[in-house]
Design a protein around this ligand. Sequence first.
Ligand code: 13P
Ligand code: ZN
Length: 282
Amino acid sequence: MIGNIDNLLNFTNDIYQKKELKPVFVQIADIAQHLWEHGWAERNAGNFSINITSLFHIKELERFSAYPFFPLQKRYPDLARTLFLVSGTGTRMRDMARNPVENICFVYISDSGSAFHIIDGNQEGVSIRPTSELATHLAIQQQLLQKKSPEKVILHAHVTELIALTHLAPFTTELAVNSLLWGMHPESLLFLPDGVGFIPYTLAGTETIAGATLKGFEKHKVVLWEKHGCIALGKTVSEAFDYLDIIAKSAKIYFQCKSTGMEPQGLTGEQLQEIRNSEIVK
Ligand code: 13P
Ligand code: ZN
C-alpha cells in the first residue's frame, strides 16, 4: 500500500511513463483519428476499454487500491484485481487522437469485484470518469476472461453506415443483417465468418443493454446496437477497428448500389460457399 500522498503522485507518474503503455497510447491515438475522420465519432461518441493487467506486476497492481474508489451496480467476481485503460465519458475522439493521456483513465477493479478505483493523472482529485457504457465494457471483459479469449479490447463507435442499415426494417434480425453484410463484400465473410450479433434498440448506458450485448458476444466478435452503433472485440484497438471497417464497407456498397436505383445482386450462395471453403486469411 502507498504510505503518503507524495508516494501516490510518484506512482501515478510511473504508471503514465510505463514504457509498455507507450505503443498502446500510439495505437489509441491512431484509431481515434480514423474514427473521427470516418465520421463515426461525433462529439463524444464512441468509447473503449483495454485490459492491461498483464502489463503490470502483481506488486504494482496492489498499489492501485490506494486510489479513490466508486461502487459498481453489479459485482464482477472474475474481474477482481484487473486493470483497464478506459476512455473518459464525454471525451472526444478528435481530442483523443491528439492527446490520449488526457482523455483516458485507469480503472482498477477492487478485491471484491464490486467497486473500482480510478487513476486519471489529475493531482487534485478525479477529473476523468470512465465511459457511461462501463457496465457493458465490464460485462464483456469478464466474459472474455471467463472464455480465456485472446481479445483484450472492446471498441464502441457510431458507424454511420451500420446505424443506417439497422433503421431498415428488413435488416433488423441477425439472419437478415448477416446475409446482407456477407453478400455485399467477400471480406465480411472471410474475417467475420460467425457474423455479427444484433441487439434490438435498448437505452444506452444501462444494465439492460449490457446484458443483451453480453449474449450477442457469446458467438460473435461484433454486435450491432439497433439505431445507435456497434461494438467490436479485438486483440488490439487496430483489430477491433478493422472489423467495424470491413462491415461498414459492406453496408456502404449496398447503399451505393441502391443509389443507382437498382437492386444489388450480392454474392451468390455458391460464391459464399466457395469463400467458406477457401484457405485464405482468417
Ligand atoms: P461516453 O462519452 O460516456 O463514452 O458515451 C459515448 C457513447 O457513444 C455512448 O453510447
Ligand atoms: Zn454510443
